[in-house]
Design a protein around this ligand. Sequence first.
Ligand code: AMP
Ligand code: GLY
Length: 426
Amino acid sequence: MNVLVIGNGGREHAILLALKKSPKVDKLYCMKGNAGTAEIAENVNVDYMNIAAVTKFVAEHPEIDYYVVTPDDPLALGLVDELEAMGKRCFGPHKNAAVIESSKAYAKNLMKKYNIPTAEAEIFDNYEKALEYVRRKGAPIVLKADGLALGKGVLVCETLKEAEEGLKEIMLDKAFGAAGNVVVIEECMHGLKYTPGEEVSVLAFTDGKTIVPMITSCDHKRAGDGDQGLNTGGMGTFSPCPFWTEKLEREVLETIMIPTMNALNAEGRTFKGCLYFGLMRTDKGIKVVEYNSRFGDPETQVVLPMLKTDLMEIFEAVTDGRLSDIKIEWESGACVCVVLASGGYPLSYVKGKEITIGDVGDCTVIHAGTALKDGKLVTNGGRVLNIVAKGANIEAARVKAYAAAGNISWENMFYRKDIGIKYREG
Ligand code: AMP
Ligand code: GLY
């Protein structure tokens, strides 16, 4: 089969690396890709947010058998629906199911209606009423712009003043554009050891009839060590989550995952693809923080390297609605991903810096924001490279990843030094 993956980041490079191992796959393509994907796939220079341009390319390339749509934006636009209308086989949810990520208000109402554990919340489209609610509830409180906001539309407010300012930014100043026309205001959840609670990402394959959780992982969203600084797309991950147990997995399947799949079916929005559960262990049990309609980035970079089963076989089983026939197996041990970023990220940064890669041992260098310029590898984004290491345990993988990171450089490169440490005490 010839397979095209849509997206540009580390997540897409990780998916391509997993597909490359499949005996079912002949040729790989990536739209648009980066310098890393170009090593194993043919990069296609088409803007995937331009549906007409994508469908034109697809019509001209009948040799491509299967499409994997990964980023949130084209899923929310309905790219899978468009490709299927052209008779193409795809991995990824339809537009009406992708709404579980593209509208936080939709997701919150769904959880309320079907009693899926989540933070208590109210939804507002009126600023005055929202302000009155925030003042009544007081801080800490969490504000969420309804729509897609590059992962930045959530404000965890420690004080009432912060919450009042945040609400104004979202609803009046439109800091996240139309994404802030509606706001979800929710209680701040407390953990067993921390506030906010301890977080775990669980990606799951589902064909709408069966849902199979992948191994767990933990993200690090803040730019600085000790979870300080601004929110980013994710500065590193590790797998598995230290506080995850078989008992917790059963509880999550029974109270969250299966009910979510059934709820989407009941609403006529059957979800097929990878459903991402952002969960929090709280003093009142495990709850949903958010859903994503896609693989996480950089969670995918630590999850897929541990997959023993052929990813292409799983993708096809999801497409064909026979996921229950497949046995999905994982390696034991642990995996750590350290993101190397451009100085200044997540705010402004300079692109085009030449990258030097020395000895990385047996680590995998997964590319995110990279490009080739005059034959040289250069930076082309905020998050540039992901160093992925496997080990018998998280500590062993961590040591390897950081040894490799020390042998990579460009002007103003930075990375967090504490990936893989949190929740260690379980
Ligand atoms: P999200 O983009 O929905 O994942 O939210 C970003 C981050 O905000 C999460 O990873 C949590 O750390 C935090 N967060 C979101 N909702 C809550 C909540 N209700 N209570 C505490 N922290 C939250
Ligand atoms: N790493 C979080 C996300 O992919 O949304």
